[in-house]
Design a binder for this molecule. Structure first.
Ligand SMILES: NC(=O)c1ccc[n+]([C@@H]2O[C@H](COP(=O)([O-])OP(=O)(O)OC[C@H]3O[C@@H](n4cnc5c(N)ncnc54)[C@H](OP(=O)(O)O)[C@@H]3O)[C@@H](O)[C@H]2O)c1
Length: 233
């Protein structure tokens, strides 16, 4: 991994990563694995040599991975089901979130998810989680003013994401929260900026594939435990 300082953002590190094997293979449960970020999480985890269990409600979208991953079908919001799937794994990596546009029924989906996830992790003795949240929660970002924009345009997502983070942070588990700005479906570049506790300046967008790259590396890296990470291209 190469770390280089960007001239216009001295506090961010520029990651330039290649999809190579990790030194230590882990047993990962990937949640939201059929979503935009989730599919990239599965791809990146497999490329880095990890064993992947995807717990999904509709497995069809994962057909292309064939025998390379293990699929469990069920309801991840059912605490007992999630506990059973988690048992024996090293970590959870989540790209779970409400489908857009958010239906009234999903208003508190992330809060519910966090309660179920933290309970199931505690009971199954899986301590490590890397969870995707939203850059809207960076109150100190001026360019772009994500917190103000989020409160104005997506107040429901801001409130629900904040509640999810609050529950994770109070869980006593080994969490890492990753907050990207607007996600795109552009291809993986392995080149993106990372800032602990802040959004990288001028952090408007990032490809889902790069977010996934960072999240899998964060799962491997215990120094990210208890950190909130801002990412941007
Ligand atoms: N959109 C953005 O620009 C943006 C920006 C920053 C952060 N984020 C956050 O990043 C995360 C991932 O976003 P994304 O756009 O990559 O994801 P996405 O494509 O919307 O996928 C969401 C995933 O969550 C699953 N899911 C949703 N509701 C579910 C339920 N009730 N039960 C089981 N599974 C359920 C979906 O499963 P199915 O395939 O079965 O529906 C899918 O796998 C979200 O938390 C989002 O808030 C998004």
């Amino acid at each position: 991994m190469i770390y280089t300082e960007m001239t216009y953002d001295r506090n961010a590190t520029l990651e330039q990563t290649a999809p190579v094997l990790s030194k230590h293979s882990m047993n990962l449960v990937i949640l939201g694995a059929t979503g935009g970020t989730g599919l990239e999480l599965v791809r990146r985890a497999v490329e880095r040599g990890h064993s992947v269990t995807a717990f999904v409600r509709s497995p069809d979208r994962l057909k292309s991975f064939g025998e390379r991953i293990h699929i469990e079908q069920g309801n991840l919001l059912d605490s007992a089901q999630l506990e059973r799937v988690l048992k024996g794994h090293d970590a959870v990596v989540s790209g779970f979130g409400p489908r857009i546009p958010v239906s009234p029924a999903d208003k508190h989906l992330l809060e519910q998810f966090a309660r179920v996830l933290t309970g199931a992790m505690q009971r199954s003795a899986v301590r490590r989680a890397v969870v995707e949240s939203v850059a809207f929660l960076f109150k100190d970002s001026i360019v772009p003013p994500v917190y103000i924009l989020g409160k104005l345009l997506f107040p429901g997502i801001v409130a629900d994401s904040a509640e999810m983070e609050r529950i994770l942070q109070g869980s006593g588990l080994d969490w890492t929260i990753v907050r990207p700005p607007q996600l795109t479906d552009k291809p993986y570049t392995g080149k993106y900026r990372v800032r602990h506790g802040h959004l990288p300046r001028f952090g408007f967008k990032i490809p889902r594939a790069n977010v996934a790259d960072y999240m899998i590396r964060a799962a491997e890296d215990r120094s990210t435990i208890g950190k909130i990470i801002g990412l941007a291209e």
